[in-house]
Design a protein around this ligand. Structure first.
Ligand SMILES: [Zn+2]
Length: 363
């Protein structure tokens, strides 16, 4: 169960190196896939946001043709299925893939074709998975209305919703209001990157101006929560609203550590937000740049927060409840796959001395 994963943040290092060579892209610091994968993670964990974001220049540079987009999308689905994910919403910004002359529609259609091929291969390999696309508009650009229209246009072909991403500070959501209004008028779905590096005003805008259904990250909601010395907790108006209205938080622990939104994994608010009953979900954000998978994120959090299968099951069900696919589809996955999967793992763990171990199982 994965709600927040970027297509251009999850390439296989070998694919990146191969596609760069094929198009003569000279920007990569190395031609070795192993070294490439390591460099991304080392630079990311070097706590340098600018260098973290520079990684996207490489991945986006090689994702400019229909073939490249189709391949990256197909491999993404295969990798997620291999990791045990059964449902994922993977996002990308179509406007970043038009540098070589592709129009927005072929960009979207290539990715959707790749998702379809990946799902076929995963099913044939005995690891069925459903993957839907979210179309992202950039906060820093002025194409959000166009991207929202595009998302609505492809809603029956595999696009599940609309998103806005990019730097929050200095780029308010107000110029993108029309895009969110369109999504609402069409009874479609929207999430938005908000409350990642920037605080409560960004979350407020996302929810109360743009009426986004979910928060991408939303981790700064912590600024509206006071933990007292005696352990008591007071929620401010906005934090109360988020919890009362069950607004899903697409939390991405390792990514937040890498971009310095949070000091380290043990300090990540996902521990507290889960305890307080927020609609918390656990996500990867950028599997290549952060060197993570959904199961590694789950295992890392299970270790530092002392979680067992019960907590991971709760987070997985939270995510599935918050998905943008149809209610029937959500229910079928919760009751037919997620609950029985975790129940089997819990029964198995009851025979062991230790907890969930290092593999997090189905999501
Ligand atoms: Zn993100």
């Amino acid at each position: 169960m994965l709600l927040h994963d970027h297509l251009d943040g999850g390439l296989r290092p070998a694919t990146l190196v191969e596609m760069a060579a094929a198009i003569g892209y000279e920007g990569l610091p190395t031609k070795s896939p192993e070294e490439m994968g390591r460099r991304f993670v080392t630079e990311a964990s070097g706590l340098d946001l600018v260098r973290y974001l520079q990684g996207f220049a490489h991945t986006v540079a090689v994702m400019q043709t229909a073939e490249a987009l189709e391949r990256v999308a197909r491999e993404c689905v295969q990798d997620l299925a291999e990791d045990g994910v059964v449902y994922a919403e993977v996002r990308f910004a179509p406007e970043l893939h038009t540098e070589a002359g592709l129009r927005l529609e072929p960009v979207v259609e290539s990715v959707l074709a790749g998702f379809g091929a990946g799902m076929d291969l995963a099913r044939a390999a005995g690891r069925p998975i459903v993957v839907r696309a979210l179309l992202t508009a950039m906060r820093t650009a002025a194409r959000s209305l166009e991207i929202a229209r595009l998302a609505v246009h492809y809603r029956d072909a595999g696009v599940a919703g609309f998103d806005v991403a990019g730097p929050e500070a200095g780029y308010p959501l107000v110029p993108h209001l029309e895009a969110f209004n369109l999504v609402q008028r069409e009874s479609f779905h929207a999430t938005v990157h908000a409350g990642e590096a920037f605080g409560l005003p960004s979350i407020w805008q996302a929810l109360q101006l743009c009426r986004a259904e979910r928060l991408g990250h939303g981790v700064r909601i912590l600024d509206d929560i006071t933990v007292h010395e005696d352990g008591g907790v007071t929620l401010g108006r906005l934090a109360s609203y988020v919890r009362d209205c069950r607004v899903p938080l697409e939390l991405c622990p390792t990514s937040n550590v890498h971009t310095r939104a949070v000091g380290n994994l043990a300090e990540h608010p996902i521990g507290l937000l889960r305890k307080l009953g927020f609609r918390a979900t656990i996500n990867t954000d950028n599997r290549l740049m952060s060197g993570v998978s959904l199961s590694s994120e789950m295992a890392g959090c299970a270790e530092v927060f002392g979680w067992g299968w019960a907590e991971l099951k709760w987070l997985s069900i939270n995510a599935m409840k918050s998905a943008f696919c149809d209610f029937d589809e959500r229910l079928a996955l919760i009751n037919g796959v997620i609950k029985p999967g975790y129940d089997a793992l819990t029964a198995e763990a009851a025979f062991r001395v230790s907890g969930p171990g290092t593999s997090a199982g189905p999501h």
